[in-house]
Structure formats: C-alpha cells, structure tokens
Design a protein around this ligand. Structure first.
Ligand code: NAP
Length: 312
C-alpha cells in the first residue's frame, strides 16, 4: 500500500474511468509518478459496459472491461500507481491540496478530477426496495439473470436503446418505456432497436411504482398524456435515464453549473489553479469514452505545464 503519511505527490488523479486512466498515462509519461484513486469500480461506467463499438482503433468493438484493463496496463507501464481506494473529502483551500480517503490522506501539488457520473434513479416507490431483486441499472452485470424473461427498459436515450438491444440476448421480450413519443437516442441505435423483433415501445409513459414480493413481478405505468394507469406483469426493470455528476466532494470549493457539473475552460482548468477536471464530471454534453479519454490526456498535459510554471 502507498505510504501516504508525509509525501507530497506531484499529481493525484481522483477517478479511474477513461478520463482518469488517460490522464494517468500522460502524467506518468511526463514523469509525474501520478497516483490514481480508483473509486469503487476501477474503470467506472466502462467496466460495466458490454461491447463498445465506437472507440477508435477497435474495428470489431471491444468489451468495456478489456478496454479498462488496457488503459490500466498502459498507464502502469509508465509508472502510474493505482490505489484501490475512494476519496471521501478534499481540502482545496491551500496547496498542497489534501485528499482524504478511507485508507489515509494524500497531498498533491496538482489534482485531476475524473470522478465521472452516476446513474440516475427513477425515484419511484419500490425502486430502491427491489434494486438487485429485479431492478437494475447495469445490463452487462445483470442481464444473464433474466433468461427468457419479460423486461422493461426505461429511457429514450442511447443507453436505453443500446442496453435494451443487449438485453434481447437473454430476455424473451424487452419493452422500452419512454416518457415522450420521440427518442432522444441517435438514429443508428434507434433503427437497430426498432428492427429488433424482441423489442417494442410504450410511448408517453412513466413508471410510477415497482411492485413485487421477494422480487419484482409488476410495474404501475402511467400515460403522461391521458393520465391512464395500468399494472403490467414484468420480471425485471432496467433503468437508463441518464447520469448525475459525482461532484458532492467539491461543493463550495469549485465552480459548478446548475446541474452540478464542474465548470472547466477549454484546457480543462477548473476555476482553481492547479485543479483540473476531465470526462463526464465536467461534460454534460458528449459523454463518450473517446472524448473522456481525450479530455483526460489534455488535463494531464495542462497539469504538467502548471507544475513546470510553479518551478520557475
Ligand atoms: P440521456 O441521453 O440523457 O437520455 C436519458 C433518457 O432518459 C432520455 O430519453 C430522458 O427523457 C429519459 N429520462 C430522464 N429522466 C427521466 C425520468 N425521471 N423518468 C423517465 N425518463 C427519464 O442519457 P443516456 O442515454 O445515458 O446517454 C448519455 C450520453 O451517452 C449521451 O450523450 C449518449 O449519446 C451517450 N451514449 C452513447 C452510446 C453509443 O453507443 N453511442 C451509448 C450510450 C450512451 P427525455 O428524452 O424526455 O429527456
């Protein structure tokens, strides 16, 4: 384990998704010997994603966990150290910046924040109670538990479409429930979903309750236009309704937008010199692996320049 007692690291990266591990690669190659605080899941959301078809360089796509493993090995090869721990507090009021984790305290001259975003919940009755008992936010993790079952997927974005299509590998049928009558997701995935014989859609509808005994066996649906309600038998509910940025740690210390995303300039600088951010924690718009990776590289390059300037 890293001795965190007195040492001041040049660069600490909080978060280990594509942004964090790309930042680690670039910072390590610049001899900053960065440490990466992995958070709960090394690789973040990508580690729970099935085939990624749009990361350049992989003609046939690549499994999320395999991509994470490659990112990690490449960063480690140049001297980055992954610490399997999560930040629980940060003090950015003075330099070196202080990062508290479950396992200790770390000091850093420069900080790169890549804490990503977490799945959004529906916030309806029964959802929490049945999470892991029929309610899921991860098709890759839980899809295989639903062989020949009837599933509902909630959402109208690319995630709902992509994961809905993936779930047809296991499920008997997948019904995508969307609150509007128009998809938010792109044409490619929309067409693939619409052409899939196992997928149908329910439009203008939300789930108002998840119902079950030991596990989920039904949902209450409500048409938002007519107000009409229906209880529908179902074996599982997969929720893909977007993400919220993981920025709680930085409240009142860094500038955020109205939705809690960190505000950065085009060079990945937050409003505080020496603190950079990259990936979904500061990107409400693109949320793509390739873009997060690029942002991570850029943040590290800026951190290198910042540290050099401090030496002058
Ligand atoms: P998203 O694009 O924000 O879509 C979220 C969907 O959930 C929207 O259709 C939204 O409805 C719906 N929604 C939000 N809150 C809801 C609630 N409380 N109840 C019911 N429905 C709700 O999120 P995403 O699908 O996770 O995608 C995030 C980003 O990743 C996007 O930029 C997307 O393009 C990208 N992505 C790309 C791929 C790919 O393979 N290319 C795959 C996955 C994700 P409204 O439409 O009415 O707002």
């Amino acid at each position: 384990m890293t001795d965190s007692s007195e040492k001041v690291y040049q660069c600490i990266i909080i978060g280990s998704g594509p942004a964090g591990l790309s930042a680690a690669l670039y910072a390590a190659r610049a001899d900053l010997a960065p440490i990466v605080l992995s958070g709960m899941d090394l690789g973040g959301q990508v580690s729970k994603t099935d085939n990624i078809e749009n990361y350049p360089g992989f003609v046939d796509g690549i499994q999320g966990p395999d991509l994470v493993a490659s990112f990690q090995q490449q960063a480690e090869r140049f001297g980055a150290e992954i610490v399997y721990d999560s930040a629980t507090a940060v003090d950015l009021s003075q330099r070196p910046f202080k990062v508290t984790t479950y396992g200790g305290e770390y000091l850093a001259e420069a900080l790169i924040i890549t804490t990503g975003a977490s799945v959004r919940e529906l916030g309806v009755s029964g959802e929490r109670e049945f999470t892991g008992k029929g309610v899921s936010y991860c098709a890759t993790c839980d899809g295989h538990f639903f062989k020949e079952k009837d599933l509902i997927v909630v959402g109208g974005g690319d995630s709902a479409l992509k994961e809905g299509i993936f779930l047809t590998r296991f499920a008997k049928a997948v019904t995508i429930v969307h609150r509007r009558d128009e998809l938010r997701g792109g044409v490619y995935l929309a067409n693939k979903a619409k052409e899939n014989p196992k997928i149908d859609f329910i439009w203008d509808t939300v789930i108002t309750e998840v119902i079950g005994d030991d596990t989920v066996n039904a949902v209450r649906l409500k048409n938002v236009k007519t107000g009409q309600e229906e209880v529908r038998d179902i074996d599982g509910v997969f929720v893909f309704i977007g993400h919220d940025p993981n920025t709680e740690l930085f409240k009142d210390q860094l500038e955020m937008d109205e939705n809690g995303y960190l505000v950065v300039d085009q060079h990945m600088h937050t409003n505080l010199p020496g603190v950079f951010a990259a990936g979904e924690v500061c990107d409400p718009h693109f949320q793509q692996v390739v873009i997060s990776a690029g942002m991570g590289a850029a943040a590290a390059m800026e951190a290198v320049e910042y540290l050099e300037d401090q030496e002058d």
